[in-house]
Design a protein around this ligand. Structure first.
Ligand code: TZP
Ligand code: MG
Length: 232
């Protein structure tokens, strides 16, 4: 069965020295899990397949202990090899439609979208959640061409509100989100509370991975997110 997922605080990993430093990724993720992250995505653009699988297995063990799903960025084969909960696919990766044929109905498939059209296609192809962005320019991913801001996220969420299938899809947004803007992002991305969709959560890399204390950083972010609902 496909797990039910709480997307409130979605951690995306980064193993580059600029963000992780000399620390061990699995240890940093374990601290973040103790702090309450609700989803972990293993994103690693550098390691070879063997190293990806062995790190993914180690991360999966920690995630299972905390009952948190592990999602693999880009690589359907790695997700299958470690039998983790799902994959996250960008616009240049395998399509959600093809990935679903391979993974079946029990795995989670997420898609990166930055336009209404991309969001529509991902919903039609059966994505379980959308990663919407890039919200703010960020040093973590310097080559992002699509900086859409809070307003861009809001337009996509508003569009998804129009029918039942897209209304129920989970959504997180990503890019430059940290403790100083997470509440604003949560509040300002929803056009009309009660009518427009709200984000299911936010996704962060450096706000947790680059923190000297990933556990406290995660704790603080989840507290801020959960306490940023607009009055109805
Ligand atoms: N996709 C769009 S922006 C981004 C990804 C993976 C990186 C976000 O990193 P940070 O450190 O949370 O700004
Ligand atoms: Mg990708």
């Amino acid at each position: 069965m496909k797990p039910t997922v709480d997307y409130s605080l979605y951690l995306v990993t980064d193993s580059t020295e600029a963000i992780l430093g000399k620390r061990n990724l699995v240890h940093v993720v374990e601290e973040a899990l103790k702090g309450g992250v609700t989803v972990v995505q293993y994103r690693d653009k550098k390691s070879d397949t063997g190293a990806l699988i062995s790190t993914a297995k180690a991360l999966h063990e920690k995630c299972l202990q905390h009952k948190v799903p592990l999602i693999i960025n880009d690589r359907v084969d790695v997700a299958l090899a470690v039998d983790c909960e799902g994959v996250h696919l960008g616009q240049d990766d395998m399509s959600v439609f093809e990935a679903r044929k391979i993974l079946g109905s029990t795995k989670i498939i997420g898609a990166t979208v930055s336009t209404i059209q991309e969001a529509k296609v991902a919903v039609e192809h059966g994505a379980d959640y959308l990663g919407i962005g890039t919200v703010y320019a960020t040093d973590t991913k310097k080559n992002t061409k699509d900086i859409i801001g809070v307003y861009g996220v809001r337009q996509i969420l508003h569009h998804l509100s129009h029918n039942e299938k897209s209304f129920s899809i989970d959504t997180v947004c990503i890019g430059g989100i940290n403790a100083s803007n997470i509440q604003r992002v949560h509040q300002q991305t929803c056009a009309r509370p009660g009518y427009s969709k709200q984000l299911s959560g936010v996704a962060v890399v450096s706000a947790i991975i680059a923190s000297a204390d990933p556990q406290s950083a995660a704790q603080h972010l989840i507290h801020l997110f959960k306490n940023s609902n607009r009055p109805k």
